[in-house]
Design a protein around this ligand. Structure first.
Ligand code: PGA
Length: 250
């Protein structure tokens, strides 16, 4: 049985004071769950969030990182720096980074390798646009993304991955994919991994669904055969609402 993982992605929301208050309020609401709970917070909140979450079952992640260890990259943060303050997870290749900051599969692949190098657990995002889906190209797009972002990884690394299937048309739109469509996407990713890395490795990969997950649709989505939890944007900004999603099985 794969562990269920529910990760919040705050995006560019919440300053450190708000992060501390949020985590303090969330802690008692989620203390009894067996599901893995991760909050991916803005860089400026990381240190405060890690201190506030100490001794709780809430894990803290970043939303991005640079692939180099250090150097003349003004405004960037490396995996080594994240590890130094005990960050555990890092989202890599979110569609908003691909869209607004021109991140390609090649860059995403470099970042994933760098995350592993520094002992971080990457949450790698893939997913098709509405156009690609309407043109019937969703499968082909997902296949290429999976092949390219995992290129050169070891079996061990692939088996320990968290991958988020996030159809871009479902992100922030309030229109989640149906549980069947979401599961088909997740299953395709697992099958694709199986072809290159074998079934045993593929069966260990945690695959999340992301895109308008909320307290109403979480249970149905997370109980699908190939979906192991969710990457949650908007609904992760309120502790009560987020706790209902992490406690979907209660
Ligand atoms: P959303 O965002 O839940 O607000 O749709 C999900 C994401 O971008 O990871």
């Amino acid at each position: 049985m794969r562990q269920k993982v529910i990760a919040g992605n705050w995006k560019m929301n919440m300053h450190p004071g708000e992060a501390i208050e949020f985590i303090t309020n969330l802690t008692p609401l989620v203390k009894d769950t067996k599901n893995e709970i991760i909050l991916c917070v803005p860089y400026i909140d990381l240190f405060y969030s890690i201190l506030t979450a100490q001794g709780t079952n809430i894990k803290i992640g970043a939303q991005n990182m640079h692939y180099e260890e250090s150097g003349a990259y003004t405004g960037e943060i490396s995996g080594k720096m994240l590890k130094a303050i005990n960050v555990e997870y890092v989202i890599i290749g979110h569609s908003e980074r691909r869209k607004y900051f021109n991140e390609t599969d090649e860059i995403v692949n470099k970042k994933v390798k760098s995350a592993f190098k520094y002992g971080l657990k990457p949450i790698v995002c893939v997913g098709e646009t509405l156009n690609q889906r309407e043109e019937g190209r969703a499968e082909e797009v997902i296949k290429k993304q999976v092949d390219d972002v995992l290129e050169g990884l070891t079996n061990e690394q692939v088996g320990s991955l968290v991958i988020a299937y996030e159809p871009i048309w479902a992100i922030g739109t309030g229109k989640a994919a149906t549980s069947e469509d979401a599961n088909n996407g997740a299953k395709q990713i697992r099958d694709e991994i199986s072809k290159t890395y074998g079934q045993e490795t593929a069966s260990r990969v945690i695959i999340l669904y992301g895109g308008s997950v909320n307290e109403t649709n979480a249970k149905e989505l997370f109980e699908m055969s190939d979906i192991d939890g969710g990457l949650v944007g908007k609904a992760s900004l309120n502790p009560e609402e987020f706790s209902k999603i992490t406690n979907y099985d209660k």
